[in-house]
Write a protein that binds this ligand. Structure first.
Ligand code: CP
Length: 312
């Protein structure tokens, strides 16, 4: 089904229907076929996009720049310390100037309200390259990877082990939307944002997905088709919080023993960067079960799909 996302912002799965998410997954897979066949696909030739990264990035920044180049887009990389916003110019003034110069804004920032405010002040599309609440370009890449490796979504069991921030929230909405059963393994007392939990449960009631939280890693791993490892802490957290989280999450490291508790054909996924020896071992990262390189490549195809969906 064709969905008209043209001109839309792309901020978080919680704002999109299952069909809208799936449309972009399929579009990204089609664009991947063209990439593999080396077929030109400069559908957005002549467009110029700003790429503002307020936090560091390897995959998202490079995937965006390559995706933009393949689509014929000129991308202008912006650093916050080189903008007047770094000296106090209001966001709404910056946003309205970007809107006059660019065909769209790709942004990685801190609070989710920041991307929402850019979207409010810009007519051109705003794409979220990661905020506190959502990582939708990662979510599309993950759905592509699951479709490629496991074919059908409903009934799959995902064991997610790691911090309860943006990627976890995107995975929660994704599983609930597509009928995948998700068990989040984490120390007791760590709870997701209520707004995300509420939307997850609303969607799960429609799709039949089972969404659970447990401190019992073995229970989460049992029968898992996918073991999704994740950093135990997030970029920019104070050092004392990082140390506390490292201790609390130590029992949830994805190692070979943990992988043996999942299904024999289980795959390992991780959005990266992985902290080897902390959230995952070298052995698992380099194993046959590890899909992290294909998943990372899909970041580029997913961003291409999103750009094509909102800007073509
Ligand atoms: N997964 C991800 O967002 O990677 P980067 O932080 O390197 O962009």
């Amino acid at each position: 089904m064709r969905h008209n996302l043209r001109g839309n912002d792309y901020l978080a799965f919680k704002d999109m229907t299952r069909e809208e998410i799936e449309f972009v997954v399929d579009l990204s897979l089609d664009l991947k076929k063209k990439w593999v066949a080396r077929e030109p696909h400069e559908y957005l030739r002549g467009q110029v996009w700003a790429a503002l990264f307020e936090k560091s990035s390897t995959r998202t920044r490079n995937a965006f720049q390559r995706a933009a180049a393949d689509l014929g887009i000129t991308s202008i990389y912006l650093r916050p310390d080189e903008l007047q916003s770094g000296r106090g110019e209001p966001l709404k003034d910056t946003a309205r100037m970007f809107d006059r110069y660019y065909d769209g804004l790709f942004i990685r920032t801190f609070g989710h309200e920041i991307v929402e405010e850019y979207a409010q002040w810009m007519q051109h599309p705003v794409i979220n390259g990661l905020t506190s609440l959502a990582h939708p370009t990662q979510g599309i890449a993950d759905l592509m990877t699951i479709k490629e490796k496991k074919r059908d979504y409903p009934g799959l069991k995902i064991c997610y082990a790691g911090n309860l921030y943006n990627v976890c929230y995107t995975t929660m909405i994704m599983c609930a939307s597509f009928g995948m059963n998700l068990t989040v393994a984490r120390p007791n007392g760590m709870e997701p944002e209520p707004i995300i939990l509420q939307e997850t449960m609303r969607r799960a009631a429609v799709s039949g997905a089972k969404i659970n939280f447990t401190d019992n890693f073995d229970e989460a791993l049992s029968g898992a088709d996918i073991v999704y490892g994740m950093s135990h802490y997030s970029m920019g957290q104070p050092p004392e919080e990082v140390e506390q989280l490292k201790r609390a999450f130590a029992p949830y490291q994805v190692n070979s023993e943990a992988m043996r508790k999942a299904k024999p054909d289980a795959i390992f996924m991780h959005c990266l960067p992985a902290y080897r020896g902390i959230d995952v071992t070298d052995e698992v990262m380099e194993s046959e079960q590890s899909m992290v390189w294909d998943q990372g490549e899909n970041r580029m195809h997913s961003i291409k799909g999103i750009l094509a969906a909102v800007a073509l």
